[in-house]
Design a protein around this ligand. Structure first.
Ligand code: SF4
Length: 275
């Protein structure tokens, strides 16, 4: 039989414009991503192997997401509250940066709206993706004066599988944080131009798992989905440091060593909290 999904995917490809791109260009969508990962992209490192069918599936999913975004655009336009859609954003104070926002709309105040479509199975984790927040904070920072923004950025998460109810989040801007993340990426680019990717691997973090019944120390989600994890070879091991029977019970640790690890982790976290 003809592979109809391949035929569909090839058709999608035929509609795409091929653009010449500077390989060292940075994008607002890079802000908040693992800097090492961005470095791998800049030096053109080989991505992990994925099967042809997986590539086809990804292509089709991407196309579905674009279609939903266009429908959202029409819905906002129909209500008379759309101000901008898919507009280039000028990063006026840095060299060789670019970006394209999803929407600016008057949703109880003029604001940036970054529309995220997430697969049903990944929906709960999708809400944890920190770089989406940083991305919308960056668009907000560079669009504030251009569009006369009146409200904080809005981040709607839309389940493209139709299983979960939409979630919305209002993101609080933090220009200082964004400037430091962009500085970090500027430094990564200098390293990449010298053929080095020396940014540290992402550290493991402590998460509540199994319906808040386990405290698990594990790599951040980025590593699990990173296109360059074969190259980077992160430690994907997980350790359960504490458990409880249900979310109202106190935590218990099985080994004294786990208590020590928890204490060390908490002390380090406290050091990073600035008043
Ligand atoms: S595997 Fe993890 S640490 Fe390594 S580049 Fe990817 S996201 Fe970064």
């Amino acid at each position: 039989l003809i592979n109809l999904s391949a035929l569909y995917s090839n058709y999608i490809d035929s509609l795409k414009e091929t653009k010449e791109r500077d390989p060292y260009r940075l994008f607002i969508s890079d802000v908040g991503k693992c800097p090492r990962q961005v470095g791998y992209r800049l030096i053109g490192a080989d991505k992990n192997y994925v099967s042809e069918q997986t590539l086809i599936n990804k292509n089709i999913m991407f196309e579905v997401a674009l279609h939903m975004e266009e429908m959202m655009m029409s819905a906002l336009e129909r209500e008379g509250i759309l101000i901008a859609f898919q507009e280039d954003v000028e990063v006026y104070d840095r060299e060789n940066w670019g970006g394209r926002l999803d929407f600016v709309a008057d949703v109880e105040g003029i604001r940036v709206v970054e529309f995220k479509t997430v697969a049903s199975g990944a929906f709960r984790h999708g809400l944890d993706y920190p770089h989406y927040r940083k991305q919308s904070m960056t668009y907000d920072m560079y669009c504030r004066d251009v569009y006369g923004l009146e409200a904080v950025p809005l981040l709607p998460f839309f389940d493209r599988g139709g299983t979960n109810t939409w979630q919305y989040e209002e993101v609080q801007p933090d220009d200082h944080l964004i400037a430091s993340l962009m500085d970090e990426l500027d430094a990564v680019r200098v390293d990449a131009q010298n053929d080095m990717v020396i940014s540290p691997k992402l550290p493991k973090k402590l998460f509540k798992r199994s319906y808040e019944k386990q405290l698990v120390y594990e790599p951040p989600w980025d590593c699990g989905w990173c296109d360059w994890s074969d190259e980077c070879n992160p430690d994907m091991g997980k350790s359960v440091w504490a458990e409880r029977k249900d979310s109202r019970e106190p935590w218990t640790v099985k080994k004294a060593a786990d208590r020590e690890l928890l204490m060390k982790w908490a002390t380090k976290e406290l050091e990073n909290i600035h008043e």
